[in-house]
Design a protein around this ligand. Structure first.
Ligand code: BGC
Length: 757
């Protein structure tokens, strides 16, 4: 079946294509042979609802593999693994005849309080962009599409359908858009989903700057823009801004508005042709890709992949005295309700109906050869009596006292984090902290396993010998946790977000979630580790941190600039322990003598490297020149500042193993001179500089002459530096008054700005 060209459709048919038929389907145009296609959530599994539709994860959906949500999978820092999970997601989407899987979500984790952080990859744009591109490529390799979401600056749930994210250009470009740009440029997602919120006052769903200028003209996006479900404010301006497909259905209301606008001349029909044409392109791709993977789904194989991915998602935060891995014959007390009833995904539109569900308790029992006792420890129910709390705690203490080791599962109850609202604090419930204290008093050999989608404060970190940050791990997380506890899997995940000591320390603390539907991104560029490093703050566990059951050493790194201007970094990494393992090697850069404000160091590249015991590998990482660029508000563009960059090769943002310097040539640019340019800028200008120097020499005998007429001790150069050249004339006295007139200044500006030979 061939999909017609947009010119073959009537005005009404074209308008009908620009909004959904129902919750999950686009509209067909039967007369012209255009079928409806199905799109559905997303992102860490397929949520194909059997009937009806809702975006809250309420209605029943067909069973699908629930892979680890982004908070877990991202912690692997492993492009290949993420790509493989993407392929599996794409296969399930294809088997179920769905055209587009609504994900990945790659918004920056600006505050630990965001209720949807479990669905996002990182506080860093390079991690978000590189891993986001890997997921998109994996999914799309199976003939189905993705929807990169939520575009853009949607970093909180509170008031998400109205709030304006008020962000300055530099953080917007360098932090909040950079990951989206990377995924669009590297992976061309079939669709991009615009977010609910406003950005600097303009709804994302009707922002021509965002949806057309940046996304298409600058980044070269070739696909379709779909609205988040219900994100449309005014449909006609939205269409003109580049918002092609409104979802879900408007019951024809907005289609009629579009038809009316074309008829009364307020909307150019060509704008509609472009949007409808993009819907047709999407339908064409979906039709061509359909049937790429035939069912039935290999449930076992995908469950095994989900287990592998979950094992790679668990971060070993701490392991004092090598308490982990556990001996299989140890006498173990498993404590905490999460061991039996796992929290394996977050609430909201991403809730998958899993094909099966492991729990850690059963899986620990399956691998253990010794005795495994279990005590619930606490209850996640809303109402729990003091008596019940005490009984559960006493049982736990009794189990811990008689065991070689206590493994305590703590975490956030499901109601505390969800799409649609944010958290108020980052604390674990008090009953859980008290339970842990009681267990520790009975047995210091205690391991904590955390289940949480957003980071939690760890006030007990100094008192517990081992902590596993097990996030939300998807349907096979129970088995994966057992694998890591017993060393069947050597942990290799690392934090893609900082764990702060206190919520009050976090960058957005004073500007979250805003008020009166405005949230000011007051921390600017200093998001996540960029903030803690700039302020030299103590953190509980730094960005990039994660331990292994083996150890790694790094040799001295080398760095060179290649012909494309990218920095090639090479470092030999050795597994110095007795177990096979993986190390996530990280490269950060800084420009100590830079002239613009910059974070202390910023991640630019990373690699996950597998090493056998004793094995050494040369790891090569590329820092792309374009990733060195900052957004310059004077030229409204990217600029690479020249100078000596420090390249840090690191095991975490606070564990630098080797540093090298490399000279990078800056982008050539000269700012045009104007009357508001300062004397300092004019002096530094290649053409105007010598003229100004000569004029000063002629009139005053050089800077010494200027000094001479200044009061004693005044630094004349500093004083004059920021003086606008357009205003010099009014201060010129005596002989120089006639020489420094407006015509002379304009002449200087014209000479400076004239095209150079
Ligand atoms: C969410 C999207 C989701 C959509 C459809 C919205 O509420 O923000 O991420 O894809 O619903 O369920």
């Amino acid at each position: 079946m061939s999909i017609p060209d947009v010119t073959e459709l009537t005005l009404e048919e074209k308008a009908s294509l620009t909004s959904g038929a129902s919750f999950w389907y686009t509209k067909p145009v039967e007369r012209a042979g255009v079928p409806a296609i199905m799109v559905t959530d997303g992102p860490h599994g397929l949520r194909k609802q059997r009937e009806g539709g809702d975006h809250l994860g309420i209605g029943d959906s067909v069973p699908a593999t629930c892979f680890p949500p982004a908070v877990g999978l991202g912690s692997s820092w492993d492009v290949d693994l993420v790509h493989r999970v993407g392929e599996a997601l794409g296969a399930e989407t294809s088997i179920e005849k769905v055209a587009v899987l609504l994900g990945p979500g790659i918004n920056i984790k600006r505050s630990p309080l965001c209720g949807r952080n479990f669905e996002y990859l990182s506080e860093d744009p390079i991690v978000s962009g590189v891993l986001g591109a890997a997921i998109v490529k994996g999914i799309q390799s199976r003939g189905v599409g993705t929807s990169l979401k939520h575009f853009a600056a949607n970093n909180q749930e509170h008031d998400r359908m109205r709030a304006s994210s008020d962000v300055d250009p530099r953080p917007l470009r360098e932090i909040y858009l950079r990951g989206f740009q990377r995924v669009v440029e590297d992976a061309q997602p079939w669709t991009v989903m615009c977010s609910y919120n406003r950005i600097n006052g303009v709804y994302a769903s009707e922002d021509p700057w965002l949806l057309t200028q940046v996304l298409r003209d600058e980044w070269g996006f070739e696909g379709l823009v779909v609205s988040d479900w219900g994100a449309v404010n005014e449909r006609v301006p939205g269409l003109a801004a580049g918002m092609d497909l409104e979802m879900p259905s408007s019951n024809g209301a907005t289609d009629a508005q579009i038809v009316a606008a074309v008829q009364d001349g307020s909307l150019d029909e060509q704008v509609l042709d472009v949007a409808a044409g993009r819907v047709l392109d999407l339908v064409r791709k979906a039709t061509e890709g359909a049937g790429a993977v035939e069912g039935p789904l290999d449930v076992d194989a995908h469950h095994a992949l989900a287990r592998e991915a979950a094992g790679r998602s668990i971060v070993l935060l701490k392991n004092e005295g090598g308490i982990l891995p556990l001996a299989t014959d140890a006498k173990i007390a498993v404590i905490g309700e999460f061991a039996e009833k796992p929290r394996y995904q977050g609430a909201g539109s991403s809730m998958i109906n899993p094909t099966r569900l492991d729990n850690a308790l059963d899986e620990i029992r399956a691998l253990a050869t010794g005795e495994v006792a279990y005590a619930r420890g606490f209850s996640n129910a809303l109402q729990v009596s003091a008596d019940e709390t005490q009984t559960l705690r006493d049982e736990a203490v009794a189990a811990a006292s008689g065991a070689d080791v206590a493994v305590v599962f703590l975490g956030l109850p499901a109601r505390l984090e969800s799409e649609g609202y944010d958290r108020n604090d980052i604390d674990l419930p008090a009953e859980q902290r008290e339970l842990l204290d009681a267990v520790l008093a009975a047995n210091t050999n205690t391991v904590v396993v955390l289940s949480n989608g957003g980071v939690v404060a760890l006030p007990f970190a100094d008192r517990v010998p081992a902590i596993l940050e097990a996030w939300l791990l998807g349907q096979a997380g129970g088995g994966a946790t057992a694998d890591v506890l017993f060393g069947e899997v050597n942990p290799s995940a690392k934090l893609t977000e900082t764990i702060p000591v206190r919520l009050e320390d976090s960058p957005a603390f004073l500007d979250f979630p805003g008020e009166f539907s405005h949230v000011r991104y007051g921390e600017g560029l200093f998001v996540g580790y960029r903030w803690y490093d700039a302020r030299r703050m103590q953190v509980a566990f730094p960005f990039g941190h994660g331990l292994s059951y083996t150890t790694f050493s790094y040799a001295d790194a080398a760095a060179t600039v290649n012909a494309d201007g990218d920095i090639e970094v090479t470092v030999a990494v050795t597994n110095t322990g007795a177990r096979a393992g993986r190390e996530v090697v990280q490269v950060y850069t800084s420009l100590p003598a830079g002239k613009v404000q910059r974070p202390v160091r910023e991640l630019k590249a990373f690699a996950s490297v597998a090493l056998e015991p004793g094995q050494t590998r040369d790891v090569t990482l590329t820092v792309r020149r374009k990733d060195l660029a900052y957004w310059d508000i004077r030229v409204d563009g990217w600029l690479v500042e020249g100078g000596e960059y420090v390249v840090d090769v690191a095991a975490s943002s606070r564990d630098i193993r080797s540093s090298v310097s490399v000279e990078v040539a800056g982008d050539e640019f000269t700012l045009p001179l104007s009357r508001t340019s300062s004397i300092g800028e004019a002096m530094a200008h290649p053409v105007a500089g010598p003229i100004v120097q000569a004029a000063i020499a002629q009139m005053m005998g050089g800077m010494e002459g200027v000094e001479a007429v200044m009061p004693e001790g005044v630094d004349a150069t500093k004083m004059l530096e920021s003086f606008p050249i357009g205003r010099v004339g009014m201060f010129a006295q005596g002989d120089s008054a006639g020489a420094v007139n407006p015509e002379m200044i304009d002449g200087l500006i014209a000479t400076a700005n004239a095209p150079q030979q």
